[in-house]
Design a protein around this ligand. Structure first.
Ligand code: UGB
Length: 454
């Protein structure tokens, strides 16, 4: 039966109306889902900003650009690296595995600043002889952090795990001591560099004083209390003119804030030894150099600038005398650190209470043969086959001292410390590492580099 024309137009209208409603609904749906998507994106962005602020406070606080900013991270901590991932079973397993000795009577050492120059070399040496080693490092950007990551990678290949965290993070430190009964702490984390102290003075207070105290506060409560060996500096001799520098010489005239914070560390060590019975050994390092070294040090950036054909500043004293350093090769320093750890007596306290007198030591670790900066440049010229563009200028009044020279009698007597690497041999090894690491074309360099043993 045919339908009437009126019926057809009604159906058509109904159909049009339905299709209008469907379009309206789907538009509403699109608008609603767009709103939802926008809100979810906004929420995710806010969460990301929150995590970024927590994990990279330096970006928001512009710590490096504002030397007056001072932020001691004693109560806050890096969520991603410590309590967040740090609470996990897998993380604890890594911590335990790394710090467990593999030899009878092996040490279990917490190395602070393990991704640093001396820290990475010592961690490797300890691990190689069967000791347990756990590193902690904040990977700060005082110098190129990729170098620190490179050292971390190397250590990971030897099963040394580095916890990413700060020595000012009390919660993280006590967590590590809850997990591991460390026998020793090798404390090498510090704000290094003599001249940078004029640019960012408070970073020295934060690392070298507050960080050290925070570490000692944790260690005093640990059970067992470990013995602590830590890095002081030749710079504590400051304006002392008595040579060679002996541990008994005066150290109350620091020439830089760096030196002053290291000297403060020695006094703080005395206090914790006296009150809590902590066994403490300070090592006064003399201008340590070598492969995987610090790019802020003269031998390192002279090499970089000379390879690139850039000029270098060679300092002389105000009365035009040569400036000299008792440059000490890293392998000799490592032997000194291990010797100190091996001869460190146990701390005597427990639970924050002293039970009896404990060992308190200070040693020079130098090379005993100062070399002028001019001579250092000549050695580099020969190794690199490059003539340096030298600007000879008077030493700026920025904390540098004219010379250093170690008397090492005490370290020799107590743990057989005997440096064996002269500056030429040590720099040869450094240059060999440098050209390899930075992929410098060897055709530009003296072929004698190839004979080095490192
Ligand atoms: O023993 C230490 O306790 C310290 O050693 C190191 O300090 P320094 O001995 O000052 O080494 P470093 O900067 O390499 O300057 C070497 C020489 O080059 C001269 N120097 C420096 C810069 C320059 O442009 N020109 C120059 O002649 C300069 O005058 C100096 O004579 C560590 O950095 C420090 O962290 C600390 O560990």
């Amino acid at each position: 039966m045919a339908s009437s024309p009126i019926d057809t137009s009604k159906e058509l209208k109904l159909e049009r109306y339905n299709s209008y409603i469907r379009r309206l609904n789907s538009t509403k749906l699109i608008v609603a889902s767009s709103k939802l998507l926008f809100r979810v994106t906004l929420l995710v962005a806010l969460i990301l900003v929150f995590f970024f602020i927590i994990n990279y406070p330096s970006f928001t606080s512009s710590e490096n650009s504002n030397p007056h900013h001072f932020n001691i991270h004693t109560t806050t901590h890096n969520l991603l690296s410590s309590s967040f991932y740090g609470g996990g079973a897998a993380w604890e397993k890594q911590v335990r595995h790394s710090s467990t000795p593999r030899r009878v009577n092996g040490l279990s050492v917490l190395v602070t600043g393990a991704a640093g120059f001396v820290g990475s070399h010592c961690s490797m040496a300890l691990k190689k002889r069967g000791d347990g080693v756990l590193g902690i490092d904040n990977f700060n950007s005082y110098y190129d952090p990729s170098l620190k990551r490179g050292r971390q990678k190397l250590l990971a290949q030897h099963e040394v795990f580095i916890v990413e965290g700060d020595i000012n993070d009390a919660e993280l430190l006590s967590k590590l001591f809850d997990i591991v009964p460390f026998t020793h702490v090798l404390h090498l984390a510090a704000q290094a560099g003599v001249r940078y102290a004029m640019k960012n003075p408070l970073s020295y207070v934060q690392s070298n004083i507050a960080g050290f105290v925070n570490l000692l506060e944790t260690v005093k409560l640990a059970n067992p209390q470990p013995a602590i060996v830590w890095a002081s500096s030749s710079s504590v001799y400051g304006l002392n003119t008595n040579v060679p520098f002996s541990e008994s010489h005066r150290t109350d005239q620091p020439a830089s804030l760096y030196a002053a914070t290291k000297k403060a560390g020695e006094e703080i060590a005395h206090t914790y030894n006296h009150i809590y019975g902590l066994s403490l050994t300070a090592l006064r390092f003399f201008t340590v150099y070598g492969p995987w070294g610090r790019p802020d040090m003269a031998y390192f950036f002279f090499t970089k600038d000379m390879v690139q054909g850039k000029p270098i500043n060679v300092y002389v004293t105000q009365d035009d005398k040569e400036v000299a350093r008792d440059f000490t090769y890293i392998d000799d320093i490592v032997k000194g650190c291990l010797g100190s750890l091996d001869t460190a007596e146990k701390s005597t306290g427990s639970g924050g209470k002293k039970k009896g007198p404990a060992q308190l030591r200070v040693y020079n670790l130098g090379n005993t043969s100062p070399v002028s900066v001019n001579k250092l440049v000549t050695i580099l010229e020969n190794l690199l086959n490059v003539k340096a563009k030298k600007n000879v200028i008077k030493m700026p009044r920025n904390g540098d001292v004219p010379f250093t020279h170690a008397n090492i009698t005490l370290a020799k007597k107590d743990f057989g410390y005997k440096p064996t690497t002269d500056l030429s041999s040590g720099l040869r090894k450094f240059v060999k590492w440098y050209v390899r690491y930075y992929g410098i074309q060897s055709k530009d360099l003296d072929s004698s580099n190839d004979h080095s043993q490192d």
